[in-house]
Design a protein around this ligand. Structure first.
Ligand SMILES: Nc1nc2c(c(=O)[nH]1)N[C@H]1C(S)=C(S)[C@@H](COP(=O)(O)O)O[C@H]1N2
Ligand SMILES: [Mo]
Length: 271
């Protein structure tokens, strides 16, 4: 794979480590770790106290409210989508180029985290993200247009990332994402570096055991078209939510803007 090669300019020690790990990833046969639902989520129900529908034309509002009620009733935090053996892995086409237009400078790229507890912000290198525990997950990517493919992702669980870089709580107490996820602010917004594409997630979906920040697809570092250097993967939702090339993760009390929700799709987009 060429994605980790052909870089220009000097590399930091962190980048060298990333290169090493990505190279190993492409060489080795992977071990399917299988992502299981974390027991900590049992009994936890996400509560939304802010029924806003920011920016939607009013005729859509009612339908969206109905969808939301349906989603909240059906949503089981322990529900996982099926995983598959390596023999079922398929290739993935590139679908959707919003927010990928700018040339990608991997060395200059940072994952920005905004709205953290205590008013903190972070700007992380890929090496810092890859220092978190890695998992492999073979699931179906389902596009809302009607096609789907079984693919293998490697990355960190968003729940583990959130535990390491926590959001604030609604009551101002210190965050404890693993034990008291119910106290965290209820939303996360993600956007590309150029802000051309953006998605909003409810916190329960962000914390879902199968929701990943992924840096590899089918055993290879992400290509530019698939969202290098880091993308969101939310297998419990349609592909529109799996934002490629993350620039910023922003924790929020209000429902974040969402590119396709603004164009008439369901904000939750579960399936
Ligand atoms: N930045 C960005 N992310 C995106 C999109 C996009 O246009 N821009 N399209 C989405 C859609 S509709 C789908 S189905 C998946 C497709 O992922 P793939 O291109 O890796 O197959 O990416 C999602 N993430
Ligand atoms: Mo899609």
């Amino acid at each position: 794979m060429t994605a980790s090669k052909g870089r220009k300019g000097r590399k930091s020690a962190g980048d060298a480590e990333v290169d090493r790990r990505l190279a190993r990833l492409t060489r080795r046969g992977f071990v399917t770790m299988g992502v299981t639902a974390a027991a900590g989520y049992a009994g936890w129900r996400w509560l939304d106290s802010r029924p806003t529908e920011g920016g939607l034309p009013w005729p859509l509002r009612r339908a969206h409210e109905a969808n939301r009620a349906l989603w909240e009733r059906l949503y089981d935090p322990d529900r996982t989508v099926p995983t598959y053996p390596p023999s079922r892995i398929q290739s993935l086409r590139v679908n959707g180029g919003h927010g990928l237009r700018e040339a990608l400078d991997r060395d200059a790229w940072r994952l920005r985290v905004a709205g953290m507890a205590g008013g903190a912000a972070a700007a992380l290198t890929l090496a810092e993200v890859m220092a978190l525990p890695a998992v492999d997950l073979i699931t179906e990517l389902r596009c809302i247009e009607g096609w789907s493919r079984i693919v293998h992702w490697t990355g960190v669980r968003f729940a583990d990332f959130i535990a390491a870089y926590p959001p604030p709580t609604v009551d101002g107490t210190p965050p404890d994402p693993r034990r008291r996820p119910d106290l965290l602010v209820p939303y996360v917004g993600l956007e590309t570096p150029d802000r051309d594409y953006y998605v909003g997630l409810d916190m329960a979906s962000a914390l879902h055991s199968q929701t990943l920040l992924a840096w590899a697809l089918n055993g290879e570092p992400l290509t530019r078209g698939h969202g290098a250097p880091l993308r969101l993967v939310v297998p419990i939702k349609y592909g529109i939510k799996s934002l490629k090339r993350i620039g910023t993760i922003r924790y929020a009390s209000e429902r974040p803007a969402d590119y396709w929700a603004e164009r008439g799709y369901d904000w939750y987009s579960g399936h």
